[in-house]
Design a protein around this ligand. Structure first.
Ligand SMILES: *Cc1c(COP(=O)(O)O)cnc(C)c1O
Length: 330
């Protein structure tokens, strides 16, 4: 079921709804392998699009747990607003996700494989003249991909600490939109080609923010530190979940600015981790800064990262009590 490459296998159908300029249509099921679009479709030219990424887990008693469904829907609504896209209705989008999962529930794989859920919203006005105006019509769809475990223990994770460039335009950082990924891609490729680095931590003027697709946290046996939320970077659900869990487990949790120098110092004593829905928590093993390589000494065990990761995935797949009310069970 789960394929080697993340996100290349899909349920046979998607759920869709269209906005005609006034109202949302009823939800429909449609084949997942094609989307007929006019060549002038607004999204293809002016990137009127946002998406979400969340996971559903099969529990031991055969139920399906969706993780932080309501929060992901809220974040998508915020992204849509920022992009002047029609805002999906909470109950409809929820049903588009739940009904699709329910119809294909036997295809939700056994943990550590999961169903990765990708709600997507695109502007569909057929006009290449609307460069400076919002789309009036839109298509919302939910695509689901059964995926394997994205995480490999002991994998090398070299990151370039970039203190010069921005991942994306600062006012767009909290919006989950393809344009931000396009903006970061050249810089990520440069880091790969020049330093053999898998990721870039963007730290403009020394202010550590995040990578192209994951948040960044420092941790040790006592504390967890990450930058407080700003409009410049994505408010990750995994980040938020880790912070809540860490507090619960007795860590001192600080949301404050982290300087590039502090991050480099941290390689000597603590763990540096990247967080996101796909990989959950991935320990950084090396930081490249000003052409020097700094090994993260605690990354071989990454004790705290692994402890928090397990606490999180235990809740997600129903092995631990859902004390924070994060899980929707269907
Ligand atoms: C999606 C995303 C994350 C991680 O967010 P989660 O909700 O934890 O999956 C972090 N940074 C960026 C830029 C993202 O797009």
């Amino acid at each position: 079921m789960a394929n080697n490459e993340f996100g290349t296998v899909f349920f046979d159908e998607i759920t869709t709804a269209t906005f005609d300029g006034n109202a949302w249509s009823e939800t429909q099921f449609a084949p997942s392998d094609k989307l007929p679009l006019h060549p002038a479709t607004h999204v293809l030219h002016y990137s009127s699009t946002c998406f979400e990424g969340m996971k559903a887990f099969r529990t031991d008693d055969g139920k399906i747990n969706i993780f932080r469904l309501d929060d992901h829907i809220k974040r998508m609504q915020n992204s849509a607003k920022a992009l002047y896209l029609p805002v999906p209705k909470t109950e409809q989008l929820k049903a588009m996700i739940v009904d699709l999962l329910d119809k294909y529930r036997e295809q939700v794989p056994v943990f550590p494989s999961v169903a990765y859920i990708r709600p997507t919203l695109i502007g569909t006005d057929t006009s290449i003249g609307r460069a400076a105006s919002p789309t009036e019509t839109a298509l919302l769809y939910v695509l689901i991909s059964p995926v394997g475990d994205y995480f490999t223990v002991g994998a090398k994770m070299r990151v370039l600490l970039n203190t010069t460039d921005l991942r994306c335009s600062p006012h767009m950082g909290a919006v989950k939109s393809g344009g931000n990924y396009a903006s970061a891609l050249g810089l990520v490729m440069h880091a790969k080609e020049k330093y053999d680095a898998q990721q870039v931590i963007f730290a403009p003027n020394g202010d550590v923010q995040e990578t192209a697709a994951a948040n960044c946290l420092l941790m040790n046996d006592k504390e967890v530190i990450t930058k407080g939320l700003t409009p410049e970077f994505l408010a990750g659900m995994t980040r938020d979940s880790i912070l809540q869990l860490a507090k619960h487990l007795g860590y001192q949790v600080s949301e404050r600015n982290i300087s590039a120098d502090e991050l480099v110092e941290w390689t000597k004593t603590g763990e540096i981790v990247l967080s996101g829905t796909a990989a959950v928590i991935a320990p950084v093993t090396e930081v490249v800064y000003q052409d020097e390589i700094y090994p993260v000494l605690a990354s071989s065990d990454a004790t705290n990262a692994m402890k928090l990761r397990k606490a999180l995935t235990d809740i997600q797949c129903g092995k631990a009590e859902d004390i924070f009310g994060w899980v929707t069970t269907i």
